[in-house]
Design a protein around this ligand. Structure first.
Ligand SMILES: [Zn+2]
Length: 381
């Protein structure tokens, strides 16, 4: 007998059964909410205690990086999180970071200008790694042809691997990121196109089946190499400073505007035109996955938005139809596809990462162990 799961939305946040593994308690609260109050909130101190801890971390980074031009590395996209963390690291922690940017070919004009504003305003150095466009395009086309939800994996892989390879090569011991609980305490599940970008077994299988030319210079770091070699042998530590300070998105945006002339985006991650296409078009219209549900739920749990405001926001698309059509045409043209060819891929049968070779079982085991030792506090699936 086929029992279809009934639709349900959490009564505390707006996550729902479009996440097929979600569970609810008798109050109708989802497991993301329960995990937030049980595991995240008690271990999160964006106050004077956090300030003290951050000062201790800064001291250690300064000591370890003595004599270096830059004592830490920050990956910057031009989005609010990475811009704000650059400001905190330079002006509040008093460190000398090198800003590192990966240009995968899809930067919006605003993101390019925001990066420059942070570089100039903070007086920092910037290193930009430009990804070979023919390789980027080939991998992105392969993912589109694979008809999976996570067609943004090539960009995510380039950003992540570019940063960590650079750190390893240049002996950086500290990578400071804009990752934070305040706006990301509810993580998008893997099935919503957020599958591990560094599962190289998966990336290679898709590229082998649908790619045209070899990846020669494309930065790739496999998840196991990252977890083991980079962390334990190279000793690279990842610090998320935004978890130690009050980080309220609206206030941070206002501060960046006032101090640096920084410009905001309509929605998280829209610093890349491709990501905007993925989140506003590919995921919701082809798969029924709205990543905004996770983003907005994070804001509800951290009291930056009411549930009513979030429901109102989610009831409408983030960008208007005309802009979406323009984005669709822009993506097709840039990747060398006719609009009708992209349309065909869009209408083709939906696939998931389960349809290709992957290391999911292995990674899940690793995540379980990390949760057992309380290294990972968020719900990851
Ligand atoms: Zn919830």
């Amino acid at each position: 007998m086929n029992i279809e799961k009934k639709y349900q939305m959490c009564s505390n946040c707006i996550m729902d059964t479009t996440d097929s593994s979600i569970t609810f308690d008798e109050r109708g609260w989802c497991d993301y909410c329960r995990n937030f109050y049980k595991n995240i909130l008690p271990n999160w101190h964006p106050n004077s205690e956090g300030e003290k801890r951050l000062a201790t971390i800064a001291e250690k980074i300064r000591k370890d990086g003595k004599g270096r031009d830059h004592n830490c590395l920050i990956g910057i996209s031009g989005g609010v999180d990475s811009s704000y963390v650059s400001y905190i690291v330079k002006n509040k922690m008093g460190l000398k970071p090198l800003l590192f940017h990966v240009d995968a070919g899809w930067n919006s004009d605003i993101s390019t200008s925001n990066i420059q504003k942070m570089v100039d305003g903070l007086g920092l150095d910037l290193y930009t790694q430009v990804i070979d466009w023919s390789e980027m395009k080939d991998l992105q086309l392969a993912f589109l042809k694979a008809r999976v939800a996570n067609i943004d994996t090539p960009q995510d892989l380039a950003f992540f691997s570019g940063l960590f390879s650079f750190a390893a090569k240049n002996n950086f011991k500290y990578i400071l990121t804009g990752a934070n609980y305040s706006t990301e305490c509810v993580r998008e599940p893997h099935e919503w196109g957020a599958y591990y970008q560094t599962d190289m077994r998966f990336v290679k299988d898709i590229h082998r089946r649908f790619g045209q030319s070899p990846l020669k210079t494309f930065p790739t770091v496999d998840i196991l190499k990252y977890k083991l070699s980079y962390r334990y042998i190279k000793g690279i530590k990842v610090i998320n400073p935004l978890n130690y300070v009050p980080y309220i998105k609206e206030n941070a945006i206002q501060e960046l505007k006032d101090l640096f002339g920084w410009q905001p985006y309509a929605q998280k991650h829209h610093e890349s035109r491709y990501t905007r296409f993925v989140e506003c078009f590919w995921l919701p219209r082809k798969f029924g996955f709205e990543r905004r549900k996770a983003h907005l739920s994070s804001l509800i749990l951290t009291h930056q938005m009411t549930r009513e405001e979030a429901l109102e926001r989610i009831s409408k698309p983030e960008i208007d139809e005309q802009t979406m059509i323009q984005d669709f045409e822009y993506v097709a043209k840039k990747l060398g596809l006719a609009v009708s060819e992209l349309q065909e891929l869009f209408e083709g049968e939906n696939k998931s990462y389960h349809d290709y070779k992957n290391k999911m079982k292995f990674i899940t085991l690793g995540t379980k162990i990390a949760r057992m030792f309380r290294i990972e506090k968020r719900v990851i699936r």
